[in-house]
Design a protein around this ligand. Structure first.
Ligand code: KIV
Ligand code: ZN
Length: 386
């Protein structure tokens, strides 16, 4: 029996913090509906105190969502918590996400308080949020750079105060997977009663390790992953939802499962990219335009013989129509013949050889040879009727 991993989507909060990618209320509702169809368990709708616009968006999202938990962010400050509670009033399953920095870096140079005060404020913010909602998630900002002993003390206070979820953010994307996994393990072994709450990962991608760190987190006891569509987020972004979901699906021997309808991954990736006006890099895992495109001769020949030779994911599983064979000067005869077959052209062996030589010169000139170019190449044969 697999363990269910809760998928907490923060595209509309942490993701939306990207400069130039702000969304209006209507766009947020469209994405919210798509997130529900995708099957996420928690939607972090925004940071209600941050602006009247964000407050209204969280309110509207709270009223729209049917099944998922709707979460609002707050600092460990009473007026933030009250504001989040107010914005979430119409939610069927409201959650307040509150907390503060715990690393020496944050405690000394940002909050400018003592460690004792961190413990007091952690207790106070969870207790205060509990007055409004049952479901309170506590975050220890910059947990990635917080020493494990002190982090365990803070998390203990949050658990004792009634937190239902404890979030261990690697805010600056600093940790190595082994290190982050050990941090979660340390908490599992050193915080009393942590078995009654959900441990959450929240990893940033400054060193390109957010996905690996999130997976290390769940291998060591976390049961919720915080992530965004396409990995959008400040700086190098957040953990990419589609990556963690597909890792768990492809490595099912790990015995973890999610509620995500993977066929919606590509459509929602396009929706978020277009609405945020944020292109997805072509070689992005799972949802990049090249993720299922093959262009070198050896790979093309292998894929045409059996897709599994070079693809570990069936494109249909993530909502992509099909894999594509891209014709470039690196392509071989097998790929050319395959693509000709797709437009209904059958050539003799000699014709194929002759066409292949002309194809190579064309590809050297224009780089990618598309269907109209192929038609031009075979137009010299009288028996071809296109
Ligand atoms: O990265 C971070 O630490 C956060 C918290 C506010 C949860 O986004
Ligand atoms: Zn974050």
């Amino acid at each position: 029996m697999s363990d269910k991993i809760q998928i907490f989507d923060t595209t509309l909060r942490d993701g939306e913090q990207v400069p130039g990618c702000g969304l209006n209320k209507k766009e947020k509702i469209i994405i919210t509906e798509a997130l529900e169809d995708l099957g996420v368990d928690v939607i972090e709708a925004g940071f209600p105190i941050s602006s009247p616009g964000d407050f209204e968006s969280v309110q509207a999202i709270a009223a729209t969502v049917k099944n998922a938990t709707v979460c609002g962010l707050s600092r460990a400050v009473q007026k933030d918590i009250e504001c989040a509670a107010e914005a979430l009033k119409k939610a069927k399953r409201p959650r307040i996400h509150t907390g503060l920095g715990t690393s020496d870096q944050h405690v000394m140079t940002k909050l400018k308080i003592t460690r004792e005060e961190v413990l007091e404020r952690a207790k106070a913010c969870v207790s205060y949020a509990k007055k409004f909602v049952e479901d309170v998630e506590f975050y220890a900002e910059d947990a990635g750079r917080t020493d494990n002993e002190f982090l365990a003390k803070v998390i203990q206070v949050a658990v004792n105060a009634g937190a239902t979820v404890v979030n261990i953010p690697d805010t600056t994307g600093y940790c190595l997977p082994e290190e982050y996994g050990q941090k979660i393990k340390y908490l599992v072994e050193n915080v009393n009663g942590i078995d009654r709450v959900t441990i959450s990962t929240h990893c940033h991608n400054d060193l390109g390790l957010s996905t690996a760190n999130s997976i290390a987190g769940i291998q060591n006891g976390a049961r919720q992953i915080e992530c965004t569509i396409n990995g959008v987020g400040e700086r190098a972004g957040n953990t990419s939802l589609e990556e963690v979901v597909m890792i768990l699906r492809k490595h099912n021997w790990l015995n973890f499962d999610t509620n995500i309808n993977t066929k919606q991954l590509y459509p929602i990736s396009r929706l978020v990219s277009e609405t945020m006006n944020m292109p997805v890099q072509a070689n992005k895992a799972i949802v990049g335009s090249n993720a299922f495109a093959h262009s070198s001769g050896i790979h093309q020949d292998g894929v045409i013989k059996n897709r599994d030779n070079y693809e570990i994911i069936d494109p249909a599983e993530v909502g992509v129509d099909k894999s594509s064979i891209i014709l470039t000067a690196r392509s071989g005869r097998a790929a050319l013949n395959f693509r000709l077959g797709q437009i209904g052209v059958v050539l003799s062996k000699d014709e194929l050889e002759e066409t292949y030589q002309r194809f190579l010169s064309m590809a050297d000139d224009i780089n990618v040879v598309n269907d109209p170019d192929l038609k031009e190449l075979v137009g010299v044969y009288a028996h071809i009727n296109l």
